[in-house]
Design a protein around this ligand. Structure first.
Ligand code: NAP
Length: 321
């Protein structure tokens, strides 16, 4: 029998943004409900070591960090629910969301923290070595490739910035692109061209990520030249897939203003969306920084703004009564 859950603050998504929003909203006595979604813990659960989240002098594991956040949020008394939202109605307040379970969630305010998913090539071997040399986040994992050879796949701004970042650690960075020109900004292209550690591999795609089983790790790539069909192997230890991210916003299309790439539009420097009472935090509204700490920051902002919104609207309701 489907049930209806009502709350002042409904939060969708359980990455750093969603958990931080829940932490702040709970401590503001708003009794939020957080719906965990498809990948509880979010993108950090697919990284290994995390060294750039402040407060931890030693490297920590991404999944462990998210587990700590979950426990912290539960300890302060937030309600976390395992469900996947499949339908939303933002046409009027309170907002109604329907879960895969059939349950209804009704929120006076809504915080969307559904994140973005890194796009992957879709190779079996890529999946096999994910976290063992295959990554989609140079700032998370680049440090572990100090003085090693690595590759970045892609030709956009993300690939270029990831490659440039990796030159701070790696001894060599191949940029593997399926065409013979980059779509990255000209200034980034120029910086790549000038960097002696960067070698471009044009017109090439990865056929297979090569690796060892014990200990598990990437040992190279089998590449195919898309023009000639020629196969070659590169020996290296890390490969960073940077072929774009897809914001998880399909549910909200047509109900909230999205930008040209599908990210939720928020007020400059803020987290308010085009619908009053709906806030967006983390990667679902941020295609520039995409860090755990910035996601946590906007999660905090969205809870504080939801609290303010509720207070202002209660005052309005009282005046109208
Ligand atoms: P993007 O601009 O969409 O570029 C994706 C790249 O991956 C393209 O070069 C594309 O090749 C390649 N690609 C896509 N699918 C592929 C596949 N299956 N196999 C091999 N290659 C594939 O994505 P992005 O670089 O992540 O950038 C996303 C947005 O964030 C952009 O608006 C970007 O400007 C912004 N951004 C900005 C900065 C900055 O300002 N510094 C940094 C990062 C991101 P083709 O070129 O052949 O299509």
């Amino acid at each position: 029998m489907p049930t209806t859950h009502k709350t002042k603050v409904l939060i969708v998504g359980s990455g750093a943004a969603g958990y931080t929003a829940a932490l702040y909203a709970t401590r503001a006595n708003l009794a939020p409900i957080l719906i965990k979604g498809m990948q509880p813990g979010g993108q950090l659960t697919i990284t290994t070591e995390v060294e750039n989240f402040p407060g931890f002098p030693e490297p920590i594991q991404g999944p462990w960090l998210m587990e700590q956040m979950r426990q912290q949020v539960e300890n302060v008394g937030a309600t976390l629910i395992d469900d996947l939202i499949v339908k939303v109605d933002l046409g009027r307040r309170p907002f109604t969301l329907i879960g895969d379970s059939g349950n209804r969630y009704v929120g006076e305010t809504l915080i969307i923290a559904t994140g973005a998913s890194a796009r992957w090539l879709g190779l079996e071997s890529e999946k096999k070595f994910m976290g063992f040399g295959v990554s989609a986040c140079a700032t998370c994992d680049g440090f572990f490739f100090r003085n090693r050879e690595v590759a970045v796949v892609g030709g956009g701004n993300t690939a270029a910035t990831e490659a440039l970042y990796l030159t701070n650690h790696a001894s060599k960075v191949y940029v593997i692109h399926r065409r013979d020109e980059l779509r990255a900004e000209k200034t980034l292209q120029e910086r790549l061209r000038k960097n002696p550690k960067v070698e471009m591999v044009w017109n090439s795609v990865i056929d297979e990520v090569l690796g060892a089983a014990n200990p598990p790790g990437v040992t190279g790539l089998r590449l195919r030249d898309v023009k000639t069909g020629a196969i070659r192997q590169l020996r290296l230890e890390g490969v960073f897939i940077a072929i774009g991210h897809t914001p998880n916003t399909e549910l909200f299309a047509g109900q909230l203003a999205l930008d040209g790439e599908g990210y939720i539009k928020t007020t400059p420097g803020g987290v308010a969306t085009s619908v009053p009472g709906v806030f967006a935090a983390g990667d679902v509204q941020d295609h520039i920084y995409r860090q755990a700490i910035t996601a946590a920051g906007t999660g905090c902002m969205s809870a504080l703004d939801a609290e303010r919104f509720l207070a202002e609207n209660e005052i309005l309701a009282e005046n109208e009564a």
